[in-house]
Design a protein around this ligand. Sequence first.
Ligand code: ZN
Length: 671
Amino acid sequence: MVISAAAIAMATTNFMASAQNGFNYNVDRFADIEVLRYQVPGFEELSLKQKKLVYFLTEAALQGRDILFDQNGKFNLAIRTTLENIYTSYKGDRSSKDFKGLEKYLKQVWFANGIHHHYSMDKFVPEFSNSFFTEQVKKLGKKNLPLAKGQSVDAFIKEITPVIFDPAVMAKRVNQADGVDLILTSACNLYEGVTQQEVEDFYAQLKDPNDPTPVSYGLNTRLVKVNGKIAEQVYKIGGLYSSAIENICNWLKKASEVAESPAMKAYIDKLVEYYTTGSLKTFDEYSILWAEETKCDIDFINGFIESYGDPLGMTGAWESIVNFKNKQSSVRTQIISENAQWFEDNSPVDARFKKEKVKGVSAKVITAAILAGDSYPATPIGINLPNANWIRAAHGSKSVTLENITDAYDKAAQGNGFNEEFVYSDYERDLMKKYGSLADNLHTDLHECLGHGSGKLLPGVDPDALKEHGSTLEETRADLFALYYLADAKLVELGILPNADAYKAEFYKYVMNGLMTQLTRIEPGKDIEEAHMRNRHIITEWAYEKGKADNVIEFVKRDGKTYLRINDYVKLRDLFGQLLAEVQRIKSEGDYAAGKKLVEDYGVKFDSALHTEVIARYSKLNIAPYKGFVNPVYTTVTDAKGNITDVKIDYTEGYVDQMLRYSKHYSPLTR
Ligand code: ZN
């Protein structure tokens, strides 16, 4: 599971603002996106062997980029290549409306790894004409187009133009709307020719409800119907995405040779075995080896991991993050994980749903060295893996906070006017200034390291029982666990928070974001759909409504503007605890009906007048609602014999240059 950057909607940036300490955080700005860059402090201090390891793993990470593009939509790679070829070869007026429109669209496609918005899942609306595009495609001609075998240019144009220009074609990448076939109405490329019912039936007959160690069905497959028969196409060497996976494995094998320990070598080798066989049993073995290795400095994710991109939450989107431990900040998470059992025992949850023994919650603060696939350019700020419930229960999980990323958000956001516009008074602003960054990172630590790992399912409960609401409710649970404990005296006692006021900074920010400012991400007339946004709205709307009699959270009007005030922080914490108990019950019992009702009553709809007001105020600040990052560039230094003697890091590459370079050098799946 991930905690997305959306959680820190405060960390919104002003594009003009930010060369700090000589480091320029701002890279590019277009549509609703701002591209930033992050630093990798501590890289220079790694040993040569560690630098080589990081380097090989970053290469393995970049090799998977095309996989995600294709998973997100079956025409994405062809569209990307075509647009890039037009973009780089265009000889006409590059300031014309059509060309500018194409450039913006291409930047959006790069950012979203496809033609649908990475967050709203809606298809982008091109601001260039169909006739301009068609003309440019014809100019490129046969040899510069990603034509299918035997396909003519005209046939290609006929196939691709509705995908770009017709709003009704492939309108949504992941559809979560109620009452329709979620597979047929989702444009993602994880299923072909099958209905939702057929998918559900297919996996139901594979699942054994009594299996205590079930594999993650569908995680690495595309489900298709061929000649009337439903079958899985497996992502593996020799299967789907073979050429990309082969490249990934070649770099992983090099990494294996310089692994930091035998335990690390074992999990790298197991990962290669999994990519080779496609066996989900092997993936579980790998996950266990990975989860249990907690001693090394360097670590990485590389695989089909999170299932937010699948309307049924089964297939994993390809991603990779390479990182190393931030030893100084990890003291904080170490204290939290050492006390994991205390937190579990003292939570407001019914004893039947608690873990008797919390296993190996290992938490650390990390420095990301590369972001790739589903984590690039938009990236999570916290991650907790593996996702398989039984592995988490029996073997523990690893939880990380990406502090160089949150740091980049914070630095880039300073002075953008957001807090002045939306925060009720100097009292809250002052709290946020003093404790906001710490409380925010701590929220992520608690969410990832304790929240997702807490609680248990009752025997016989299907881990997928909450179906399409599973992701939302899981994030709700983890956030509530974090919020509840942020306000606990235990954190001050443990020396993690400086005093009994510090948590209020996060409470205020969370409530303001959940009820108000996150609405800036929603287009007029639309509902809240993304899992993390729904979860934040459920928590804050529920607390607002249940605390109404005591005026716990109040909407205040001042000079025609709406603000939020929290009148009773202690009662608010109590409400968070009550909701945590209920959401844990829903999860533990697999109570689909109650989960669905909670999501629908509190997570989807909102006050449209407030929405309009918030968007108007926000747009005046000219802040991009979504952020992502370019990666640094790693280059090797070699001696006369070709041995690597050093790895250099460089931060100067721009957004367009990086994207074009990746498409040129890391593109095994394009035609
Ligand atoms: Zn999460």
